[in-house]
Design a protein around this ligand. Structure first.
Ligand code: SAM
Length: 350
């Protein structure tokens, strides 16, 4: 329950206890997932404690603790001596590259330790969590991931799982029939681009992303048989100008990473790269215009400060519209997209 949903009848001590215990609950979820508990009970519901301990290779008491916590957290149900997955745990049986399973290694291996430096990051106004916990010298998570292939895969599995859901809806929500060449800024491993290319076969797409990511994107594009239509170019969007010749620009899950100043300069860079009539699309998790939430915006904002970049947060639709207007784009609408809390802010170059 988010604090904004608490009514006058809420017992504050009980509500605080929920918050104190949240990190233990995640560890029960993560350990259960990594041990294969939910997969085991998904295939063979009704197993007992000794059977589960034997199958997971745990001694009896640690297995008992795991089952106690997973049951108390609502992940398992116990009837007589038999355990089964609850409706909450059932979706964890999805492919490890899909929502929600892709989030378990992401939260466990990338975010959990860095987020313990949230207080220090607030005080310093930068991403102390990244600096303390993720190997490398670079200032952003994305650049450090380039040195950590396992973590980079964990990140792109998580990001891809979200982007697929968004992209599957985006292809129906955006009308790109009037455009010839889309620039996909920070386009990652081409999840959005491959979906959009299939939907709009006459649309060329150029992805710009960091070189290691662009290389992976080009492999995925070739494997999808879309190399004639989609190309990924390795560059740093803060050092390099955007390629010219595009008549639409997509910022997909990108601008929330950066500070207000950098976002204004990126939007201005997009405006310089296109002619009047070109479109801009900003796909981003949305924050309520009144600053009250939602939970997703709060969680991601803490992550952008503490881990990802040390400077971003989930901004409101109104802020994006103001930046577009200042850069020379006329805001032309707001859509919700997917079912995970994303919005699209659209604009047209004046
Ligand atoms: C959150 S992901 C979004 C990926 C994709 N647009 C999507 O919606 O799935 C952000 C992307 O920005 C890229 N990125 C970060 N810093 C960058 C930079 N300085 N220049 C170019 N790309 C960058 C990362 O490599 C990553 O692929």
């Amino acid at each position: 329950m988010s604090t904004t949903q608490m009514g006058p009848d809420v017992n504050p001590i009980a509500a605080l206890r929920e918050l104190f215990y949240a990190h233990y609950r995640f560890q029960y979820l993560s350990a259960g997932y990594r041990l294969g508990l939910f997969e085991l009970l998904g295939g063979e519901p009704g197993m007992t404690h000794p059977e589960i301990a034997a199958r997971l290779g745990l001694r009896p008491q640690p297995a008992r603790i795991l089952l106690l916590g997973c049951t108390s957290a609502g992940l398992l149900e116990k009837n007589d001596d038999c355990y089964r997955n609850s409706a909450v745990a059932a979706p964890l049986g999805a492919a490890p590259t899909d929502v929600p399973a892709a989030f378990v290694p992401w939260e466990q291996h990338v975010n959990y330790r860095p987020m313990a430096w949230f207080y220090e990051s607030l005080k310093a106004g930068t991403n102390i969590g990244l600096q303390k916990e993720i190997p490398g010298d670079a200032t952003t998570l994305y650049e450090r991931l380039a040195l950590n292939p396992e973590l980079e895969t964990t990140f792109h599995n998580m990001m891809g799982s979200v982007s697929r859901i968004v992209a599957e809806d985006l292809v129906h929500r955006l009308d790109l029939s009037g455009y010839t060449h889309l620039l996909d800024v920070g386009g990652g491993t081409a999840v959005n681009a491959t979906h959009l290319a299939r939907r709009w076969p006459n649309l060329r797409i150029t992805i710009v992303d960091l070189p290691t990511v662009a290389a992976t994107a080009n492999e995925k594009i070739a494997a999808a048989g879309l190399a004639d239509q989609v190309t990924a170019v390795g560059l740093d969007v803060f050092r390099d100008e955007f390629p010219k010749g595009c008549d639409a620009v997509l910022f997909g899950h990108f601008l929330e990473i950066w500070s207000v100043e950098r976002n204004k300069s990126l939007v201005a860079k997009a405006a310089r790269a296109v002619d009047p009539g070109a479109a801009v699309f900003v796909v981003t998790p949305g924050a309520n215009d009144d600053g009250t939430g939602p939970d997703l915006a709060a969680a991601l904002s803490a992550y952008f400060l503490t881990v990802a970049s040390g400077e971003g947060m989930v901004y409101t639709g109104a802020e994006y519209e103001e930046w577009l207007l200042d850069a020379g784009f006329e805001p032309s609408g707001r859509l919700t997209v997917g079912n995970l809390g994303d919005i699209v802010i659209t604009g047209v170059r004046k």
